[in-house]
Design a protein. Structure first.
Length: 156
């Protein structure tokens, strides 16, 4: 009975050790297989101070400096006022491309928003930032309306 238990324990232990070795090799090979990069000119776009309802379209320029095609799986704005656009096709090594972003400039005041990118270049997402200030709309002064008829106390 002791021999049977000992044999069974050795078999289970050997199987667990081999399974862990296989997982390590597979992960290492998968990491080596993807050699794409996403290198930005800047990860921050500063709108500065802009007018209410101004053009809110800007872009982030990047390059794939890797040896494999770069795939942008998803790009998501931190709120509905920040809408990103990105290339859906793979970006070849050495190619320069753009991530577009449109901010809703009908919102008045200071803003800082993010765009989160998921790519095959890294397991960690890439965070891009837009910031700026939207001025309130300019109020046009109008002259008070003049009445041409008598005073308000005058009865008709």
């Amino acid at each position: 009975m002791k021999k049977l238990f000992l044999s069974l324990a050795l078999i289970v232990g050997f199987t667990v050790v081999n399974a862990q070795d296989v997982k390590t090799v597979d992960v290492t090979q998968a990491e080596k297989a993807v050699n794409a990069t996403i290198d930005f000119e800047s990860k921050v776009v500063d709108y500065g101070t802009i007018e209410h309802n101004a053009n809110g379209v800007r872009k982030f320029v990047f390059k794939n400096n890797g040896t494999e095609p770069l795939i942008i799986k998803n790009a998501k704005g931190s709120c509905g006022c920040t809408v990103p656009t990105w290339p859906k096709e793979p970006i070849a090594p050495g190619v320069i491309a753009e991530i577009g972003v449109k901010y809703a400039t009908n919102r008045i005041g200071k803003f800082t928003k993010t765009i989160t990118l998921t790519t095959n270049a890294d397991k960690r997402p890439v965070i891009l930032t837009i910031k700026g200030v939207v001025n309130p709309p300019v109020k046009e002064e109008t002259a008070p309306e003049r009445k041409t008829e008598g005073s308000p106390l005058e009865k008709k």
